[in-house]
Design a binder for this molecule. Sequence first.
Ligand code: BV8
Ligand code: ZN
Length: 244
Amino acid sequence: MLEKHFIDALKKARQIVFFTGSGISAESGIPTFRGEEGLWNKFKPEELANFNAFIKNPALVTEWYNFRREIVRKALPNPGHLSIYEFEKFYDVTVVTQNVDNLHRRAGSSKVLELHGNIERNFCISCGKDAVEMHEKDKSGVFRCECGGLLRPGVVWFGENLPTAIFDAAEVAISKSDIVFVAGTSLQVYPAASLVHFAKGFNCYIVEINTETTPGSYLADQKFEGKSGVHIPAILELVKELKG
Ligand code: BV8
Ligand code: ZN
């Protein structure tokens, strides 16, 4: 049900943030992490998305990221991503995403802060150099840098700090934002999830778009229960009416 204060917020807002998680890419065919078909169901984060797992079994972790990179490569931005880009016609938009799939940028969004890195980036754990392209895997099933070091995906693993400059920029964007849309995230992963509490502290108007209730739902001023690929385009249509 549309709250009157939501309409007022849309009318008055100038700066907005979309804080997104893997749910916004579900309609692009990229499995979420914790849903029934979630990526983690087959594996546990502690088994794969952390540095020690990579050192212990680099071929398995490399295989898992290759499998996911293939899915990401075939995926296309969905109406949710594309509408977020179109919001830029009416507001100053910053996207703060936990996703590593690059779909917001491919949808055209001009300000994207990737809290957890990007699966299309790879770098060497010995010399730190970015791998411009991935050569053949060696016979042990891993990618190696010219210096011989192991290549790892450019994502933030559990137990690793988020890129400070990106996280700080996310906080600055939120602190100046009139509305924060929280879309497609279960708000289980910290410190990213703390950004919703941070937004509340700055009196941002909080809109949650999710197919389920989350630990952050109580903070939302307006909730949309359902798919982001349906609700975000619908909110954009409403903005077009309001802004004429
Ligand atoms: C760190 C990259 C400091 C890799 C990922 C408290 C404070 C600080 C840290 C912690 C803390 N408590 C615990 C920790 C540790 C840990 C953590 O949070 N653990 C959790 C599991 C309890 N955090 C860390 O380790 C972080 N680092 O804290 O550094 C430090 C340093 C040293 C020692 C200790 C601490 C690093 C976290 C980053 C991990 N990397 N990804 C990769 O991708 O392989 S996290 C991973 O989860 C993804 O990035 C993903 O985006 C993220 C969050 O998940 P969601 O996006 O929310 O996805 P999920 O499937 O959970 O939910 C999908 C939602 O969408 C659901 O709600 C569903 O209902 C909804 N949905 C589905 N379909 C739709 C939809 N909604 C709308 N429309 C649809 N169609
Ligand atoms: Zn190297």
